[in-house]
Design a protein around this ligand. Sequence first.
Ligand code: 13P
Length: 253
Amino acid sequence: MQKKKIIIGNWKMNPESGKLAETLYKNIIKSKFSSKLDVVICPPFVYLEKLKKILKKIPLGVQNISHKDKGAFTGEVSGNMVYDLGARYVILGHSERRAMGEEDEVINQKIKIALASGLNPILCVGEKNRDDNHDYFNVIKNQIEKDFNGVNKNSISNAIVAYEPVWAIGKDAVREATPEEFREVAVFIKKILSDKFGANTVKNIRIIYGGSVNTKNAQDFVVAGEADGFLVGRDSLDAKKFIKIIEITEKVN
Ligand code: 13P
């Protein structure tokens, strides 16, 4: 059976008010989505309840959870709490959180908490820079091995891995990644996961691409790059562009 592609909108710390979040969400769900694709929106925590009430058409996710399940952890939000609010996915290990000091040991705890709470973890991996020594392979291998350390073989198929090279993310990106660069890393990630969990277990894990995904490069990443979907940043904040990326991916399916 062919894997269903997945398009995930990572709204990051946007938009600035509940009203704007509602409008953006309503504009996105105006589009007719085919059941051939999974589409997920990951807004900031505070908009979750509001968006869930509008329409249950698109599954919601969050951009972080606590590494603990409950207790005296001021300012933290648990996996069970966001599940209870309707979230079914969580982005973990994003480079913007790694840059704030989040380490693989904590990401690993969060992945286990996510799975125990019934959330599908979207693990982001990727190197900061590309060097001629191909050290990025070691960076990615290290992240995957540490972040999935001790994760149960039976629950790993609920995870999604997003390759997000840090140098290709955001408005300050050095350049766009190429579909070939993505494909190379996706094959590498599959090999690491197969060695760890067995080829049969990982054949349904989706390896998606994130980093300046837009309406111009999406098709190439899906066709030449064989991406199982996208984690979209900036262009998920523009309903028209986000819908277009979904439509492009749908056509290739
Ligand atoms: P941009 O699409 O804005 O480059 O962000 C990518 C990203 O970080 C998605 O998680």
